[in-house]
Write a protein that binds this ligand. Structure first.
Ligand code: KG4
Ligand code: ZN
Length: 389
């Protein structure tokens, strides 16, 4: 079957066409078309993602991205202008999305229905105004072209994304999801049987990277910047002259806390600046802080994951979310996994680790295979949890 995937939960607008087939135990996926626009540069000037701005950008970009994805898939065909059949209903769906409507309506009027069997759209978790645009877009297209629409959990997408390249998933699964909005350890006993066993009590890992980067006067998003400095520090064999806390590393649960490390960096930076008698940190001091911060975060993520692997049978360990782009974290997990011979580690490629529509189409395929029914009304759920699936 051919699935149109739509993702707008944060600052990436993405539309794809994925061909999916095979039973759940032996699925096969092929990306036929994939179009993504990252708003990072737009939000960078404000030092973080602004939901209202994200929403406007999604509304503006969804229709051109749909056209690009369909063109890639060889499914975009213009037709002579026709009246769209459900104008009143479409207007209702799109009434809260005027910007979206002004782009989508002329597109639907002049585009032939493509050979798509299902539409998958992220319904949560994420920024609600951003999620709503994607949902309205999906429902409007579904209505006009008479294609079933399936609400999809963004985190399930992160977990299942490696299946684009793997044609088997062995249970039980443990997934560590680390992004700008989430830090979760999730188990999966079988298809669609998720349980969030631990999560952050305050900041998400990516958020901590971004906040610490700001303390070091580095641009947003801070993760790649810290990662670059920490890498440079390792190359130069720098040893930090201070240490940062590893919050909750020894607690008996699987929860995390990262705001303490960030606060420790705040006080450290203040103290160093006083000692420097300057409002600036030296390059060497920035390298030391980036290195020690990245090491502290990696230590905590590793310790909690390892604790679960030691006490439980896990056939597949999956890392997901934007922070898995971090080289040190990838290497540390790859090294740790060699101690667990019966556990296979799956880390999606960088393109699949950050937010994208392909993972949404993939997750939806498994939902559909599990008997999930399409929806005619979908609500955005900013704090949607995998435990509720
Ligand atoms: O999953 P994602 O693309 O978006 C969501 O938050 O859903 O993750 C973005 C986060 C940002 O906080 C960014 O700083 C972080 O991932 N990130 C990194 C790296 N690349 C991106 N964090 C650490 N090291 C990196 N190399
Ligand atoms: Zn994400």
């Amino acid at each position: 079957m051919k699935i149109l995937g739509i993702e707008t939960s944060c600052d990436e607008t993405a539309v794809c066409v994925v061909e999916a087939g095979g039973p759940q135990f032996e699925p096969g996926f092929k990306v036929l078309g994939n179009a993504l626009f990252s708003q990072i540069a737009i939000h960078a000037q404000y030092g973080g993602v602004f939901p209202g701005l994200a929403k406007r950008e999604h509304a503006k970009n969804l229709t051109p991205l749909l056209e690009n994805a369909l063109t890639d898939a060889g499914m975009f065909k213009k037709i002579d202008h026709t009246e769209i059949s459900h104008t009143a209903e479409l207007e209702k769906i799109l009434s809260r999305e005027i910007d979206l409507f002004s782009h989508l309506k002329p597109f639907l009027e002049t585009t032939q229905k493509p050979d798509i069997d299902a539409i998958a759209v992220t319904a949560g978790p994420g920024l609600e105004p951003a999620l709503w645009v994607g949902i309205s877009f999906a429902l409007a297209i579904g209505k006009e072209w008479n294609i079933p629409v399936y609400p999809t959990n963004h985190m399930a997408g992160h977990i299942l994304s490696p299946l684009l390249e793997q044609n088997v998933l062995e249970f039980p699964v443990l997934a560590l999801l680390i992004s700008g909005g989430h830090t979760e350890l999730v188990t999966m006993e079988s298809w669609m049987k998720y349980k969030v066993i631990g999560q952050t009590r305050d900041d998400a890992v990516g958020e901590a990277f971004d906040k610490v980067a700001r303390l070091l006067s580095l641009p947003y998003p801070g993760g790649p910047e810290i990662s670059r400095l920490a890498g440079e520090a390792r190359e130069k064999n720098i040893t930090p002259s201070f240490s940062l806390p590893r919050p909750m590393i020894k607690t008996p649960d699987y929860d995390f806390s990262f705001s303490g490390i960030k606060t420790a960096v705040l006080y450290l930076v203040k103290k160093i600046k006083e000692d420097n008698k300057s409002d600036e940190l030296t390059e060497q001091q920035k390298l030391e802080i980036a290195l020690e911060f990245e090491t502290a975060v990696t230590d905590v993520l590793l310790a909690k994951t390892k604790k679960y692997l030691e006490g439980n049978e896990v056939k597949t360990l999956i890392l997901g979310g934007g922070v898995t782009a971090n080289k040190n974290i990838r290497e540390a997990f790859t090294e740790m996994a060699t101690q667990f011979l019966s556990t296979k580690l799956l880390i999606p490629t960088k393109d699949l680790s950050t937010d994208n529509a392909v993972m949404i189409a993939i997750a939806s395929y498994f939902d559909i295979q599990s008997g999930k029914q399409p929806a005619t009304a979908i609500s955005a759920k900013g704090n949607m949890s995998l435990s509720d699936e």
